[in-house]
Design a binder for this molecule. Structure first.
Ligand code: ZN
Ligand code: ZN
Length: 158
């Protein structure tokens, strides 16, 4: 992962955001929900503290989207062009920023591949990146500083 600030936004330019830190971790998710939501084979999400996502133009609109397990995921979309810029799963202290909306999508690479049980067969994963049929244990995979940052958010909102 390269370090420093990253910026991104929607297709029409109304919504612009800045990430003021490196992400905690980068997921490439091959689950059926992500495939349906994106209309693609997988999604790449930058996990980062909500406080470190500065929206400096526009107001992404939260849309509750049903998931296969009966829960809802909140997807934040540009109110005009409706492009999804980030989402919220469960804990409001974290955002899952869609890497494809970054100005430089190639500036991040997945730290882990998850839900590979529903990966499309024509996508071949690199040997060098951990991959899991379903999910994984952050404690064994995340860098210590990311775990510390995560714990700080969880403690603040407990
Ligand atoms: Zn837009
Ligand atoms: Zn997914």
């Amino acid at each position: 992962m390269t370090s420093g600030q990253r910026e991104g936004g929607c297709s029409c330019g109304e919504v612009r955001y800045r990430l003021t830190s490196d992400p905690l971790f980068v997921h490439c998710c091959h689950c059926l929900n992500c495939q349906r939501q994106t209309g693609s084979a997988f999604v790449i999400n930058l996990l980062i503290e909500t406080d470190l996502v500065q929206v400096f133009a526009g107001a992404p609109q939260p849309i509750p989207v049903p998931r296969d397990d009966g829960s809802a995921q909140t997807i934040f979309r540009c109110p005009t062009c409706q492009v999804a810029v980030f989402s919220l799963y469960g804990h409001s202290g974290f955002r899952f920023v869609r890497a494809g909306t970054l100005d430089d999508p190639a500036g991040v690479a997945p730290d882990v591949h998850i839900f590979t049980r529903s990966k499309v067969p024509w996508v071949t994963l690199p040997e060098s990146v951990p991959a899991f049929e379903v999910y994984y244990d952050a404690k064994t995979l995340w860098p210590p500083e990311s775990l510390d940052r995560r714990d700080a958010v969880l403690a603040a909102r407990a």
